[in-house]
Design a protein around this ligand. Structure first.
Ligand SMILES: *Cc1c(COP(=O)(O)O)cnc(C)c1O
Length: 393
C-alpha cells in the first residue's frame, strides 16, 4: 500500500488496504476486537513478532492501519499510532518519552488541554516545563536546562493563530538535542509538514479537519519508526486505541482532505479580506492576510492560510456574546474543522478558566471570536456574519 511516489491527493484516494476475497471497491469496516490464528504455532509466532499478523484491536486493526499508512504518506513519516482523541495523542507523545526529573520547553500558545497537561498533570510525575514566546526564537535557549528533553509547540495556534517558525524550531531542537513535538492539527499535512523541518513528532487531533464533518473523535502521533515504537509500546499497554469505526470514517475523509482544505482556505481568506473592511471589527487575524504580523513566515511554511479566522469585535465580552446569539446560519459549538461554519467565543468558554492576563498573553482579548469557516457558500456565511454584527450593536 505504498503511495510515496504519488502526489498527495492520489495517495489519499488510492492508499487502501488489500482487498478481501469479495474484491470490494471501498474499504470495509473491521468491527472485531480480536483476530484468529490457524494454529497454536502461528499464534505463538505472531505474538513473538516472528510472523506478521493482527492480534487485537487495542494494538492495531486493518482500519487503523490504513488510516495510519495514509497519514504517514501525507506527513512524510515512517510510522504512526492512532489514538481515540487528539488529547490522547498529545499525552502519549509526551509520556512515551518523558520520565520523572525531565524538563519540557513549550510554546506559550498551546491548546487549552495541552496547557493543563503541562501545568497540572506532568508535575505530579516530577516533570517540569518552561513556556517560551512562540514568536521570539532568539530567546528560546534561555529556557534550556541540562534536563530538557522535549520542545512542544503548535502552529498556527488555537485560537490565537500565532505561528512558530518551524525551521528555527528544527534547528533549535537539533542544537540542544531535544525531541521536537509539533501539534499540526490546524494546518493539516496538506498545508504544512513539520517533519520536513526536523520535527521528530507530528501530532494531530483528527477530530478536526481530518474527519472534517464533525462526527467522530480521533488523534494520531507520527514520526520515525524508532520513536513511534516507543509511542506504540506506551499506547498498547495503556489503551487509548482508536476505534475501527472511527478509523474507517476518517480514512474515507482523507480522500477529500485536499479539495476540502482548498475550499476552506479560499472561503476563510475571502471572509478575512471582507471583514477587514468592517468598521466595527478592531482586528481580523488570518495567517495569509498581509496584516498578520507573521505573514511572511506563513507564506514560507504554509501552502495556504487554513480554515480559521479570528475577529475582534468592538464592545468586548458583551458584544461578542450578543454576536453569537445573533447568528442564524453559523453554529455555536466548540468544535472546528467542520463542513459547517462554527463561531466560538474563547474568553467565555474554552479559555474562561485562565486568568485575564494569561488570556491576553496568548492573544485572547475579550471581544475575540473564532470562526471555523465551513464549506457553505461563502456569500451566505458573510451575510450571516454581517447581519449578526449589525444586530449585536
Ligand atoms: C482540538 C485540538 C486538540 C485536542 O483534540 P481532541 O480530538 O479534541 O482531543 C489538540 N490540539 C489542537 C490544536 C486542537 O485544536
Amino acid at each position: 500500500m505504498s503511495h510515496k511516489d504519488h502526489e498527495f491527493e492520489t495517495g489519499a484516494i488510492r492508499g487502501q488496504m488489500d482487498k478481501t476475497g469479495f474484491r470490494e471497491h471501498s474499504t470495509p469496516m473491521f468491527l472485531t476486537s480480536s483476530f484468529t490464528f490457524p494454529s497454536a504455532e502461528v499464534m505463538r509466532d505472531t505474538f513473538s513478532g516472528d510472523a506478521e499478523g493482527i492480534i487485537y484491536s487495542r494494538y492495531n486493526n486493518p482500519n487503523t492501519d490504513e488510516l495510519i499508512a495514509k497519514m504517514c504518506a501525507m506527513e512524510g513519516a515512517e510510522a504512526g499510532f492512532a489514538t481515540a482523541s487528539g488529547m490522547a495523542a498529545v499525552f502519549a507523545s509526551m509520556m512515551a518519552f518523558l520520565k520523572s526529573g525531565d524538563h519540557v520547553i513549550a510554546s506559550r500558545a498551546v491548546f487549552g488541554s495541552t496547557h493543563q497537561i503541562l501545568t497540572q498533570l506532568l508535575p505530579r510525575w516530577g516533570i517540569t516545563h518552561s513556556y517560551v514566546e512562540p514568536t521570539q526564537p532568539e530567546t528560546w535557549s534561555e529556557a534550556v536546562q541540562s534536563n530538557t528533553k522535549m520542545f512542544v509547540l503548535e502552529t498556527p495556534s488555537n485560537p490565537g493563530l500565532t505561528l512558530v517558525d518551524l525551521q528555527a524550531a528544527g534547528d533549535f531542537a537539533r542544537v540542544h538535542d531535544l525531541i521536537l513535538n509539533v501539534d499540526n492539527c490546524f494546518a493539516t499535512p496538506y498545508l504544512q509538514q513539520p517533519l520536513q523541518y526536523g520535527a521528530h513528532l507530528a501530532v494531530h487531533s483528527t477530530t478536526k479537519w481530518t474527519d472534517g464533518q464533525g462526527r467522530v473523535l480521533g488523534g494520531m502521533v507520527l514520526g520515525s519508526q524508532e520513536l513511534i515504537d516507543e509511542v506504540i509500546f506506551f499506547c498498547r499497554h495503556t489503551g487509548p486505541a482508536l476505534s475501527p469505526f472511527n478509523a474507517w470514517l476518517m480514512s474515507k475523509s482523507l480522500e477529500t482532505l485536499g479539495v476540502r482544505m482548498d475550499r476552506h482556505c479560499a472561503n476563510a481568506l475571502q471572509m478575512a479580506e471582507e471583514l477587514q473592511q468592517h468598521p466595527e471589527i478592531i482586528q481580523v487575524s488570518y495567517p495569509f492576510l498581509p496584516s498578520h504580523p507573521q505573514y511572511k513566515l506563513a507564506k514560507r511554511q504554509m501552502k495556504m492560510g487554513g480554515g480559521i479566522v479570528t475577529i475582534e469585535v468592538e464592545g468586548g465580552v458583551e458584544r461578542a456574546m450578543r454576536f453569537l446569539n445573533a447568528v442564524q446560519v453559523c453554529s455555536l459549538s466548540s468544535n472546528l474543522g467542520d463542513t459547517r461554519t462554527i463561531v466560538t467565543h474563547p474568553a467565555s468558554t474554552t479559555h474562561s478558566k485562565l486568568k485575564a492576563e494569561e488570556r491576553l498573553a496568548v492573544g485572547i482579548r475579550p471581544g475575540l471570536i473564532r470562526i471555523s469557516v465551513g464549506l457553505e457558500n461563502i456569500k451566505d456565511i458573510l451575510a450571516d456574519v454581517n447581519q449578526a454584527l449589525e444586530k449585536s450593536r
